[in-house]
Design a protein around this ligand. Structure first.
Ligand SMILES: O=P(O)(O)OC[C@H]1O[C@H](OP(=O)(O)OP(=O)(O)O)[C@H](O)[C@@H]1O
Ligand SMILES: O=c1cc[nH]c(=O)[nH]1
Ligand SMILES: [Mg+2]
Length: 217
């Protein structure tokens, strides 16, 4: 059977709540950052529930032996926040993935062409085999930035089937492009919105996530 992009919109009240806070145009940067942090936490919680590698063993409680399951620290785990706005999501995600190696990728869209320009690439030349990668990009609009990030990962040996993406708002043009280029990918998003405006912003979206997070409107 052919692979198909898997898109999950977790029906979680906390995700809905923090998305509403982030969308509200009156939300100041300090609260917007808090909302992105919470969205990063809960979307990651959902994204790793059947994905975090575990190892079964036994522990001794004060009263005796007990079967136990730990997160397996041997399996390589990487996180790739796409700057700037992905940093705000990572604030929450890092509390769930303290063992992940963090590789920052700085991408900014050209406002006219909407193509991404890379200004910082801290990815390693090659990832270890079987590395699981969580990519954090809050806005997936045209999908250009995410596609550029995925190309860098795959070029460095990452299996697309081992990549999970968390986003806050995704738009149909991006999902179409992702599904064609990376059918093995899995994406978790707080919401899928209707489309883009002429400037490439998601409608209704939440505006420019980077500017709102860092107060640079
Ligand atoms: O799907 P796309 O059309 O590529 O748009 C999505 C990108 O746009 C935003 O970044 P931006 O370029 O505004 O940089 P910033 O995070 O520094 O504001 C957002 O954080 C995504 O990375
Ligand atoms: O709506 C959008 C689209 C791209 N980048 C953003 O920050 N917001
Ligand atoms: Mg921006």
């Amino acid at each position: 059977m052919a692979l198909q992009l898997r898109i999950y919109v977790p029906p979680h009240p906390l995700i809905k709540h923090w998305l509403a806070v982030a969308r509200d145009h009156g939300t100041p940067p300090v609260l917007f950052r808090a909302a992105m942090k919470e969205l990063g936490r809960w979307l990651t919680y959902e994204a790793v529930r059947d994905w975090l590698p575990t190892v079964d063993t036994t522990v001794q409680t004060p009263l005796g032996d007990c079967e136990a399951t730990f997160v397996n620290p041997e399996v390589p785990m990487a996180a790739v926040p796409i700057l700037r706005a992905g940093l705000a999501l990572w604030e929450g995600a890092q509390e769930l993935l303290p063992l992940a190696s963090v590789y920052h990728l700085g991408l900014v869209r050209d406002e006219q062409t909407l193509t991404p320009h890379c200004y910082l690439n801290k990815l390693p030349p090659q990832f270890a085999p079987q590395t699981q990668v969580l990519v954090l990009d809050p806005m997936v609009a045209t999908g250009g930035s995410l596609l550029a990030a995925l190309a860098e990962l795959v070029q460095r040996g990452v299996d697309p089937a081992l990549i999970r993406v968390i986003a806050v708002v995704a738009a149909p043009p991006a999902l179409q492009a992702l599904s064609t280029a990376y059918p093995a990918l899995t994406l978790y998003s707080a919401m899928i919105d209707t489309g883009l405006n002429a400037q490439g912003y998601i409608l209704p979206g939440l505006g420019d996530a980077g500017d709102r997070a860092f107060g640079t409107l």
